[in-house]
Design a protein around this ligand. Structure first.
Ligand SMILES: O=C1C[C@@](O)(C(=O)O)C[C@@H](O)[C@@H]1O
Length: 276
């Protein structure tokens, strides 16, 4: 296989050997999040992903929800409170996780998450999280305005934080060539790890995702990539990364953050059994 430039996240190296096991933390408040973080100690997880948009204390402070008012509508005076709540919680999690690396993700409604943030608000929240020093890696939604995406990647890199550039389609799976073009575009924007999560409508869509993954991995990728086909039909793509070229996989500990994630405790045996 073509050698790629691996990505180091704290002491974890992504892009070599077994796909990294990423576990989302989706607690709605501090006790729930700290409980989830503590449960990761001694588990098979390699990386914790904090889904900031599940934080209800920040939502109560004014983050517009996906079924609430449009971005900006209820934010007057609220964004500062969201930011300080998110930064405070990030520091608590960083400490609770010990040596386990922390990926920070603010997933917005356009990409299947809980908050509805326009580009300037998104940039402000992520900028504060970068400056907090708590993130070992950062997720940036790659389909936002390219200026916003590039600015956030530059800020993260200046702080020594690698970026996962992500794109989601919860309705369907684009054709193989579109998926490859999407992953290449995310790479060209400067993300260290391009990521695509798409929904299959049949087995052919799962094959399209796997073919796109292998084409990207074998012909275009400069570093690791992450792909998955969601839902029960796509679960096979969450355990076959070492064969087709996806360098990490998301697994559920207490609750799944996307359809089709398999239980964390089953993943090591599955990955071992399928290792080429
Ligand atoms: O982008 C992703 C991938 C994901 O959507 C999945 O399908 O496993 C889960 C999310 O938590 C994460 O941010």
């Amino acid at each position: 296989m073509r050698p790629l430039r691996p990505v180091r996240v704290r002491s974890l190296v992504i892009g070599e050997g077994r796909p990294a096991l990423i576990v989302p933390l989706t607690g709605a408040d501090e006790p729930a999040l700290l409980h989830e973080a503590q449960a990761l100690a001694g588990s098979a997880a390699d990386l914790a992903e904090w889904r900031v948009d599940h934080l209800e204390s920040a939502a109560a402070a004014g983050a517009p929800s996906r079924d609430g008012s449009p971005a900006g509508g209820r934010l007057a005076g609220g964004l500062g409170a969201i930011v300080s709540e998110a930064v405070r919680m990030a520091a608590r999690l960083r400490t609770a996780l010990g040596e386990m690396p922390l990926l920070i993700t603010v997933r917005t409604a356009q990409e299947g998450g809980q908050w509805d943030l326009a580009d300037p608000q998104y940039e402000e929240v992520l900028g504060a999280l970068i400056r907090s020093g708590a993130a070992d890696a950062l997720d940036v939604e790659a389909r936002r305005d390219p200026g916003t995406v590039r600015a956030l990647i530059a800020q993260a890199h200046a702080a020594g934080i690698p970026v996962i550039g992500s794109a989601h389609d919860f309705e369907s799976t684009p054709p193989r060539e579109e998926l490859v073009a999407l992953l290449r575009r995310i790479q060209d924007l400067g993300a260290d790890i391009p990521k695509a999560a798409v929904m299959p409508r049949g087995p052919g869509d799962v094959l399209a995702l796997l073919e796109a993954t292998w084409e990207m991995r074998s012909r275009h990728a400069e570093g690791p990539i992450i792909t998955m086909s969601m839902g029960p039909l796509g679960a096979v793509t969450r355990v076959s990364g070492e064969i087709f070229g996806s360098a990490a996989t998301f697994a559920a500990q207490q609750s799944a953050s996307a359809p089709g994630q398999l239980p964390l405790e089953e993943m090591p045996a599955l990955l071992r059994a399928l290792a080429p």
